[in-house]
Each structure stands twice: as structure tokens, then as C-alpha cells.
Design a protein. Structure first.
Length: 501
């Protein structure tokens, strides 16, 4: 496909972005995955071919525009390609957490009306087959990996390779052109993905996010931290979470950087060290666990080593963040810190897998001030962000050298904030969701006709820094007396066990 010079206006959907990346960065790495203890790499050109063949295969299986396609599994290149393949046909991917029970999956899949499910492997296949009577619309399960099909219904099952084979067999020039024409029909206002979040009375709600909203949010987030094509990202968040969809999918397709998939959750930290991640978004609990484990190892060291480690950590606590922020410090303090960097801090960064990290974000409940300060004292640019799935995740983030305790930073470019008379924070941006799937009443409660979205959080604008503070839930906190009113202008327990350093 020949692209004109002005591709910015053309790139209003993710399949179109893939076409552009395949032209601009065809031989650069797009995805990596560890298989049989070796890393395999796919270029942007190869990723396009994988998506094309799978999409044409899905078309042969009668997947059409507005069909919902469930995506269930841990971070795998083929699952990300399945998302893009579904979107290229105008279908809507619905990622689900593979750790959900069969009953939980049944509720979401029935509500979404998923026609096809693309899953990681045998465990997910068995869960879906066990609830198949409750899912009459689910006609096909596509699995990535070999199965023992002796006791299953082969008519309902196809491997990822089988679907791609269908696509390649139909992949004549007219079929390829028909596929590209289907991509051309896509618009930025189309629903790109449905991400389910907990709702009232335990009923999950499907958050409908548009292509244009996600792409605008990804562009603004990339510009905020100067994220470019040379970043290395390890996909470790659940694919059903907005954080993974932004970082491992949307921002990658916008910037053109490489996403590496860990072999398993148990090998995540070894993979972080081997890959040399440069950009990371993870729950606050992830960083909490790392800092506690590091301090535990220090406490378990022999007397002399423990004294040395504690001395240099005290130096880091006093001067490290100032040095990271490029503030002036006494030369003697700077020299001692550099010595500590060679003896202690560099080793800790390497153990964390952060030896090459440039930008890291912590997301989650609680201020996490001590954890953030600990990592920043070691020279790691860890910051905090504030977001909601309904806002395409990104609402506010801390700029470099502006990490203030108790704040979540400034609103990102393109995000308007408004603190109403009750102290509730409302936001407006292109990334705000289109609505909850099949729930117009709740959608109208959360999103005003003017496009403002109720966050439910009590917001304060710090008068000294101009940064946003979250004081809790608005219904519990009310309007703080010192709040500045701006006129209009979830994730816990990601790692089931402690990581191993």
C-alpha cells in the first residue's frame, strides 16, 4: 500500500498505524518473545504479515464488522496481533484476564456477545468449553499452542496456525486489496476495544474506547516523556487492563518501539535484566515488593557489608534525588554518591532489571511517597501517574524533575480538569470513553453531554506546584477548604507471589 506524505490524518485507527510502521520501520523490531530460552524477534514487516494472514483467516470464518472477539491469555505476540487483526475487520476485541474463573468469564462473554475467542492455550480452552452452553454466540475458539483434542469438540477449535493458513490460502492479491479496503473503512470514532472493569453489585462494565481517543492519548503520553522508537518495553501487565493496552499496544503502534513478552510471570525479572527495559508502567505494589526485598537482603548481609550498604543508602536518601533532578549539590556529596553508584546503586539497578531504564511509572492506590523516593535516590526516574480506564488511563503524570510528595503531577496535554463545587474532579479529553457497553443510563451518569467525565475522586490543585492531588473518594471527602477550583478550560496483586531478586 502506498502512503502519502501526510500520514498523520490517515492514521486514525490502529490497523492503519500498523501499515505505516511497516513502511517506515519495516526492518526494525516490533515484538520479541522468549521461546525455548531464546529470544525471537519479529520486525514491523513480519508483524504486518502475521496480522494480515490472521485477519483474512478470520474473514473466512465470517468475522465481520462490529463482531466482538474475546482475547484471553497472558502477554503473547499472537494475542496482540489478534487484537489488531480483529480491528482491521471492524470487529471489536474484548481482552479478559486469564486468571478469571470460568463463571466470571461467562458473565463477561455473554454480556459482550463474543462470537470468537482467541486464547493462549489449553487452560483457557477448557474454561470456555466448560461454559459453552451459556455462550450460544461463541462459535469458534482459536488457540495459540498445541492441544490434546481427543476429548474436545474439534469443530469448535482451530489453532492460530490453522486460521493463518486459511488466510494465506485466500491471500491472493484481490483478497489483500479487499483487506486493505476494509482497513480504509475504519474511522477514529469507531470503538477500538472494550475493557471490562468492576461495576455496581459485582456486575462488570464494558468500557468502550475509540481508536481516535486511544491514539490521541498515546501520542500525548509519548510526547510528555519523549517516548520514541528506540524504547524497549516488557509487557508484564494483564492484557485486560488499560495500562497494558496503552503501553504495550497503543503507544508502541504510535511510536514504533519494540515490545518484549516475558516467557512467564516467574521469569519476568530475569527477562527485565536481559532485555534492558527503558520504559515501564507497573502497579505501586510491584515497586513496594522490590524495595522491601532489597532491604531484606541488606538486613541479611554480614555486619561489615550491611554497614557499607546502609551508609551509601543514607547518602542516596539525602542527595540522590537532588542529583537526579540536576540540582546543585556540594561537590563532596556528589563524589561520595558517585562512589556509591559504583559500589551499591548500580548493582541494585541491575538486580531490579532497571540498568537502562529512562522512564518508570507507578500506578495504584496510596501515595507511595517512600517507595518512589527510594527508587529515585538510586538514580531511577520513577514517577507517579493518575488515570482511569474510562479516560484511556492517562489523566495526570509527574514531569521529570517535578516529583512532589502527595501529588500525581500535571494533567497531560489535551486533558482538561475541573473541580466542581463538591470537590469532585471532572476531566475532559479525546481519550474519554464512548460509554459503557449496553448501559446508556450509567454512561449518562458518568459522562455529561459536554464531554466531562466524573472521576468520583476528590481533587485538589496544589497552589505551590500546580500539581494535582487526589484526596480520596469525593463522596467520602467532600470539598476540601484549601482546594483550588479549576473552571472549564486498579490494579492490585499483579504478582501472586513475591518476586525474586
Amino acid at each position: 500500500m502506498t502512503l502519502g506524505a501526510d500520514t498523520h490524518s490517515f492514521a486514525d485507527t490502529f490497523p492503519k498505524l500498523l501499515l505505516i510502521q511497516a513502511v517506515r520501520r519495516g526492518s526494525r523490531p516490533a515484538m520479541r518473545m522468549k521461546q525455548h530460552w531464546r529470544w525471537r524477534t519479529w520486525t514491523w514487516e513480519q508483524a504486518l504479515e502475521e496480522v494480515r494472514s490472521f485477519a483474512v483467516g478470520l474473514c473466512q470464518l465470517k468475522v465481520q464488522r462490529d463482531d466482538r472477539v474475546a482475547i484471553i491469555g497472558r502477554n503473547r505476540p499472537r494475542l496482540y496481533w489478534a487484537i489488531c487483526a480483529a480491528q482491521s475487520l471492524g470487529a471489536i476485541p474484548v481482552p479478559l484476564d486469564p486468571d478469571s474463573s470460568a463463571d466470571e468469564m461467562a458473565v463477561v462473554l455473554a454480556h459482550a456477545g463474543a462470537k470468537v475467542a482467541v486464547v493462549e492455550g489449553e487452560e483457557e480452552v477448557d474454561k470456555l468449553l466448560s461454559i459453552s452452553e451459556r455462550l450460544p454466540m461463541l462459535g469458534m475458539i482459536v488457540h495459540d499452542g498445541p492441544l490434546n483434542q481427543s476429548d474436545r469438540e474439534p469443530a469448535r477449535l482451530k489453532s492460530f496456525e490453522d486460521v493463518q493458513k486459511l488466510g494465506r490460502e485466500a491471500g491472493t492479491r484481490p483478497a489483500a486489496l479487499a483487506w486493505e479496503r476494509e482497513i480504509g473503512k475504519g474511522r477514529g470514532s469507531d470503538v477500538s476495544v472494550i475493557l471490562y472493569v468492576p461495576g455496581a453489585a459485582g456486575r462488570p462494565r464494558g468500557v468502550m474506547l475509540s481508536h481516535g481517543g486511544l491514539i490521541a492519548t498515546a501520542r500525548n503520553a509519548n510526547a510528555f516523556d519523549r517516548i520514541g522508537e528506540r524504547e524497549i518495553v516488557v509487557a508484564g501487565l494483564p492484557m485486560a487492563w488499560a495500562g497494558d493496552h496503552l503501553v504495550s499496544y497503543a503507544q508502541s503502534l504510535v511510536a514504533g518501539y519494540c515490545v518484549a513478552c516475558a516467557q512467564s510471570p516467574q521469569t519476568l525479572f530475569a527477562d527485565l535484566r536481559r532485555i534492558g527495559v527503558s520504559y515501564l508502567v507497573a502497579p505501586l505494589v510491584f515497586y513496594d515488593n522490590l524495595s522491601k526485598l532489597a532491604m531484606g537482603r541488606i538486613d541479611g548481609a554480614d555486619f561489615i557489608r550491611r554497614r557499607v550498604l546502609r551508609y551509601y543508602l543514607e547518602v542516596a536518601a539525602r542527595w540522590g534525588e537532588k542529583i537526579l533532578n540536576r540540582e546543585r549539590v556540594p561537590r563532596r556529596a556528589w563524589l561520595i554518591y558517585q562512589c556509591g553508584d559504583m559500589l551499591v546503586y548500580g548493582g541494585l539497578r541491575n538486580r531490579f532489571g532497571f540498568s537502562r531504564i529512562r522512564v518508570a511509572y507507578a500506578v495504584g492506590e496510596g501515595p507511595g511517597n517512600e517507595t518512589v523516593r527510594f527508587f529515585r535516590s538510586l538514580g531511577i526516574n520513577l514517577k507517579q501517574l493518575y488515570g482511569r480506564t474510562e479516560a484511556s488511563l492517562w489523566i495526570a503524570a509527574q514531569p521529570d524533575r517535578e516529583v512532589h510528595a502527595g501529588t500525581v503531577g500535571r494533567p497531560l496535554p489535551g486533558v482538561e480538569v475541573w473541580i466542581d463545587d463538591n470537590g469532585e474532579l471532572l476531566i475532559r479529553s479525546r481519550g474519554v470513553f464512548a460509554g459503557y457497553y449496553k448501559d446508556p443510563d450509567t454512561s449518562a451518569e458518568i459522562k455529561t453531554p459536554e464531554g466531562w467525565m466524573h472521576t468520583g475522586d476528590a481533587g485538589i490543585i496544589d497552589s505551590k506546584t500546580g500539581h494535582l492531588k487526589i484526596a480520596g473518594r469525593a463522596k467520602d471527602v467532600g470539598r476540601p477548604e484549601d482546594a483550588t477550583r479549576f473552571a472549564p478550560k486498579h490494579i492490585e496483586n499483579l504478582f501472586k507471589s513475591h518476586p525474586t531478586l
